[in-house]
Design a protein around this ligand. Sequence first.
Ligand code: TRP
Length: 456
Amino acid sequence: MNLQRENWSSKLGFILAASGSAIGLGNIWKFPYVAGENGGAAFIIVYLICTAIIGLPVLFAEILIGRTTQLNPVGAFKNLVASQNSKLFWSSVGGMGIIAGFVILSFYSVVAGWSLGYIYESVSGVFFNAEIFNSDEHFSSLISNPIWTVLVHTVFMALTMIIVFLGVQNGIEKGSKILMPLLFFILILLVLRGITLEGANKGIEFILYPDWSKITVNSILEALGQAFFTLSLGMGAMLTYGSYMSEKDSIPTSGLQIVFLDTLIALIAGLAIFSAVFAANLNPNSGPGLIFQTLPIVFTKMPGGYYFSILFFILLTIAALTSAISLLEVVVAFFVDELSWKRNRAVVVFGLISIIIGIPSALSFNILSDYKILGLTWFDLAEFLSSNILLPLGGLMISVFVGWIWGKSKVFENIKKGSENIFLEKKWILEVWLIFLKFLSPILIFLVLFRSLNLF
Ligand code: TRP
């Protein structure tokens, strides 16, 4: 075993790194458009409920497994079960998480690359060239260029590799301590700009007044999936970050802080984006293109739009970067802990592999757009497979493990470490948490899985 395993240097370091993982494209790119398509405030309410009853309990469970074992997902499960057969079974659950990490990274870094490329586009001022600029055409022409999509994906992955290469304290923690405050600061500037635009009130109303007629069974499952994705649950990322946490720090308190920050950022991003979109009289439900197609037009219509466009894409890239490092860190931790690899070697090898398996995703918008598996492009398949199958399955297994397999007394004993004098004194809180993990989350996650596989 690795005796010199690193730890976070402080509790704040853990909170910032873990919220960095949670806050990403899911909050700023996906949440606003999914909310836009599903009735605004109504969707947000459903999403908040999902986060509270499923997201939070599973987040506690994941961090707990990591902190207790101080190991990567495979090692952690192996460590906590006794028989040889269960070791095999549960390590493969951890292994599935590691594979899921690769699959997510392969499409995540493609969209993150677009965001990085858009920093350049906004600096160049191309959005403001009114005679020739058409934002839809501009976006299509960029993503239909294979060199551009592969290049920006590769540069983004290289940035991710550099941070992970520098280590847990010097790379991930230090990076998060610089990038996260910067992200909060930029977002505050953007939301202040958004809500003070003329006509912004329609956007604010859209976020505040629920349109329940848009809520279908599908939107509920969508909200549940979003709660999982945005909290980085179901593949061992939070488990791995928890494994660098000390037993002196409280899991419930940190978990609540992470969920609070993640939700707050999604809501503020939604507010900033919708107030600006409505102020510019544009359509809020333009789907995944909301950020890359609608926003560039919005910027041209607002005072100071040039600077705000640059700030916005820097914000989106930072958010994606602190998430991508958590995805890469999971596989690196596995090779370092279990196979005694040097961190540097693991980062270079798996960073390069991630670049390679991301290439077909980057080409899904151009050369490979007609090449379909099960009717989906490589990019769509990677997204579907991870968000709709691997993550729910992972979350299900984590709930079952903590709810049914690990043993109540051990679970309670471990979660109490570091939080003795807080609300955990009240025993019913822990009991409720465990009941949620035992019944509620497996049942709801099952429904998501069934739905994804079109079984009902
Ligand atoms: N949570 C990130 C987002 O919202 C994405 C992410 C990072 C993630 N690590 C993860 C999602 C692990 C699932 C699992 O953008």
